[in-house]
Design a protein around this ligand. Structure first.
Ligand SMILES: [Fe+2]
Length: 356
């Protein structure tokens, strides 16, 4: 019997291709040829801006359609970093999204191992319930939903839609295969017994409610008022307390420990005076920044990304970042810094030339 013409001649076989096939069958990667591995994994997150005007237009369109009519419980626009296709993630560790609920709607109660936060962008009359405590939503306030807490949202006031920015550690938790998700038996709004104050409840007077002494891994303070954050930034600007890399910067903290607000997510505000142009710095943490006030640009790895109020900017890990403020501006920043710190992986480097 003669050989088939389709069979390769062993004398002329491509040894490189043969080796690649063999290694694929063995489920191994030769580490002398790994230049494309990270790219294949889709982990080349890029600097990117999700623009408020574009996303808000999508919400308006969705509200007009039957796909997202009254009673829709999850009207969410999830950000996907353009450098990470099919990841449904804004950075390798963080999810970002805008969420909208309309008057009369309820997002049913559930809990999960993901830690989440809401930064309120527009509207009024909605509230969230976290483990039986109600917290009203007001523009630019920060609301926490620590991992494992029951939470639901409802809108029972006024006629305006309520829109907020969500950030979660979902990509990190999923990578660790630590996802757990559970619907609340009520299948609706979780009953609530408390209405949260904020500082008044959590130690601002030098006293703590007994129930807060358990020192949970996340901050027991569920609401951080914008007025306080803005006042701190303004005070810093007034006394010329600008850092050349970050402007005036404050962190939202767990009032009991002084640490980050949640075990996997940190929150900061950066304030820039008009005309500020920072020096360039890069960090091993990834950030999502919401433009709370003002307008300007962030130069990320040499690319200028302009922004205005309510836009959201992705700053990938180890990317050079440089800030320019066209007017007095404040960014709300959420990052994965707490994930890195316990392992000695939280690093930063200042650009040797100052700017890119
Ligand atoms: Fe949730």
């Amino acid at each position: 019997m003669s050989n088939s013409t389709a069979q390769p001649d062993p004398k002329h076989a491509d040894p490189t291709a043969e080796r690649a096939d063999r290694m694929k069958r063995l489920s191994i990667i030769p580490i002398w040829n790994t230049s494309g591995v990270a790219e294949e994994m889709g982990y080349k997150a890029r600097g990117h801006v999700w623009r408020w005007r574009d996303l808000h237009a999508e919400f308006e369109e969705a509200v007009k359609t039957s796909l997202a009519g009254p009673g829709t419980e999850r009207r969410i626009l999830l950000f996907e970093n353009p450098g990470m296709p099919r990841s449904a993630a804004a950075t390798p560790t963080l999810n970002g999204a805008l969420q909208m609920i309309l008057p009369g709607e309820v997002a049913p109660a559930h809990r999960h191992t993901y830690s989440a936060l809401r930064f309120i962008l527009s509207g009024s009359g909605a509230f969230t319930v976290v483990d039986g405590t109600r917290a009203d939503m007001h523009e630019l306030d920060l609301l926490l939903t620590p991992g494992g807490c029951w939470h639901s949202h409802a809108h029972n006031g006024g006629t305006e839609p309520m829109v907020w920015f969500d950030a979660l550690d979902t990509p990190f938790v999923s990578y660790m295969r630590a996802d757990c998700f559970e619907m609340h038996p009520s299948k609706s709004l979780e009953p609530y017994t408390n209405t949260v104050g904020s500082y008044e409840d959590i130690g601002a007077l030098g006293m703590l409610q007994g129930r807060t002494r358990a020192q949970p891994p996340a901050s027991p303070q569920l609401v951080y008022k914008w007025a306080a954050a803005e006042a701190m930034i303004q005070a810093g600007l007034d006394r010329d307390d600008d850092d050349p890399y970050e402007g005036v910067v404050y962190e939202y903290v767990n009032p009991i420990t002084g640490g980050h607000v949640m075990p996997t997510i940190a929150c900061h505000v950066n304030g820039f005076r008009k005309g500020f142009h920072s020096k360039a710095r890069r960090r091993t943490s990834s950030s999502l920044c919401v433009v709370a006030k003002g307008s300007g640009a962030t130069i990320i790895d040499g690319v200028k990304h302009e922004w205005s109020e309510r836009d959201v900017i992705a700053e990938p890990a180890w990317s050079w970042c440089e800030y320019i403020a066209y007017e007095k501006s404040i960014l709300f920043r959420t990052s994965d810094q707490p994930i890195l710190e316990p392992f000695g992986l939280a690093r930063q480097e200042d650009h040797p030339n100052g700017r890119q």
